[in-house]
Design a protein around this ligand. Structure first.
Ligand code: GUN
Ligand code: FE
Length: 448
């Protein structure tokens, strides 16, 4: 079969947590369905033949020497509805920030005109920053949450979207919550069905996500109902988990167990579950999470403000837990996964070295904690695909063609020759601005 289109050029992607694959002048063949059919490297015996065939049919796009392809990023945790307040009020503690800023803002999304404007803007902004797949929290309101899913579909972004559940009258104000546990579950089921109805309308697809905000905001009855829906429809689940001292303690006191155990008891810890933050997971929690193949969404910028700690990413991985990356707009202020990658590396180095200069050096930090840029790049791409059970994050045969084409002419110094290709990747990851992201492709379609 002759393929739809092909792009010839240099590319980087993660092979595994440590290893980067550099493809020099490869030909990436993309099927009509938007998957990578084949990658021909320069030493392939058919390279010249394939190149000639595509050239002749006018379907070969050739990138210049100053352009390079990277996989699109997978943002595993982002509150689309908090985009208007990105960059504000981060000096408040989490619980105050939620009550004084976040809930009043989220309650405004019943207004579909406002919702439409904000959601389109956040989708366009993340797409132009290279995010090809995003797992979104919307709000409690079902209709505008469906709107967000549809807008992702129309904009060409692979959106996984959740109508937020927060029904407990003892922890939520009347102006912004589900009316009852029954209503929360009913509305969620309706949301799932409506999104599933339009799921395949879009080439890259959209997905409904069961979304209890976090245990402190939900009644046991609602959590139980949501666990049943997750099982019935085999859909993704997302929630906040063991994020801060306050949130972690709250759950311990209410249920006598940690978040992970409580969520598991409600049927909410599955292979398709993404738990946001989770720095306070304890050894027994890690066993549950690893056993169920549940993934963590690591949001290092947000953690610097709200989490009272740094996620020991390397340690959790060594216990078998997959850790992807996220922005957590607006707990994190930046819509760019580049910022998440950079902060993840910085935070991990501070965790390893320690931050209190009054302590002796060997008491200051947590050994073996620092992650490399390669590790962070893996988390923002491949680990995201693993977390969502989708063929995304790599530029290999069988994966969706989700790509950002970086132009290195501005912002990235090219005055001397890098010793090896990986040096160039590191420059791109640390120095790129959104203006360097020249094109974005999702499922074989150009969206920027
Ligand atoms: N915990 C419960 N809700 C939220 C939220 O919106 N953001 C963050 N960072 N943590 C939460
Ligand atoms: Fe969050």
């Amino acid at each position: 079969m002759f393929n739809n289109t092909a792009i010839q050029g240099n590319a980087f992607y993660s092979m595994d947590f440590n290893k980067i694959k550099y493809v020099s002048n490869g030909i990436f063949c993309v099927s009509n369905e938007g998957y990578i059919d084949e990658v021909y490297e320069e030493d392939h015996k058919d390279y010249d033949l394939i190149r000639f065939k595509y050239l002749k049919s006018g379907k070969l796009r050739i990138l210049s020497d100053s352009e390079v392809m990277l996989p699109g990023f997978v943002d595993l945790h982002i509150h689309a509805s908090q985009w208007p307040q990105a960059g504000t009020a981060l000096d408040r503690p989490l619980e105050t920030w939620l009550g004084e800023y976040t809930f009043p803002l989220e309650s405004r999304f019943k207004d579909l005109v406002f919702a439409n404007e904000v959601y389109l803007d956040v989708i366009n902004t993340t797409l132009t920053h290279g995010t090809t797949t995003a797992m979104y929290f919307a709000t409690v309101d079902r209709e505008s949450s469906i709107l967000l899913a549809g807008l992702c579909g129309e904009s060409g972004q692979r959106g996984l979207v959740g109508k937020v559940v927060m029904d407990d009258p003892s922890s939520n104000s009347d102006f912004y919550r589900d009316a009852s546990p029954e209503e929360a579950v009913y509305e969620t089921e309706k949301f799932i069905n409506e999104v599933l109805k339009i799921q395949n309308t879009y080439k890259q697809k959209i997905y409904p996500v069961v979304t209890p905000r976090f245990i402190p905001s939900c009644t046991p009855k609602a959590l139980e109902g949501l666990g049943m829906l997750a099982r019935k429809y085999d859909v993704h689940v997302q929630t906040h988990c063991s994020e801060s001292d306050w949130a972690h303690q709250f759950v311990k006191e209410k249920y006598g167990v940690n978040d992970a155990k409580a969520l598991d008891n409600f049927g909410l810890i599955t292979e398709k579950t993404v738990i946001a933050h989770a720095p306070f997971l304890e050894p027994d929690d890690l066993k549950i999470i690893a056993g169920k193949k549940t993934s963590i969404a690591h949001s290092p910028l947000s953690n610097a403000y709200f989490a009272n700690s740094v996620l020991p990413l390397k340690d959790f991985r060594s216990k078998g837990v997959n850790v992807g990356m996220a922005t957590d707009i607006s707990g994190g202020y930046s819509p760019s996964m580049y910022q998440s990658i950079r902060q993840a590396v910085i935070s991990s180095r501070m965790l390893q070295e320690g931050v209190n200069p009054s302590l002796p050096r060997d008491e200051r930090g947590r050994p073996c904690s620092s992650i490399t840029i390669n590790n962070a790049f893996y988390s923002a791409t491949v680990a995201g695909g693993i977390a969502l059970n989708l063929p995304i994050g790599k530029l290999e045969k069988g994966y969706s063609f989700d790509v950002q084409i970086i132009n290195m002419e501005n912002n990235i110094p090219r005055f001397y020759k890098e010793k090896n290709p990986e040096d160039l990747l590191h420059k791109i990851l640390l120095l790129s601005e959104s203006s360097n992201i020249k094109e974005v492709w999702v499922q074989g379609c150009r969206v920027k």
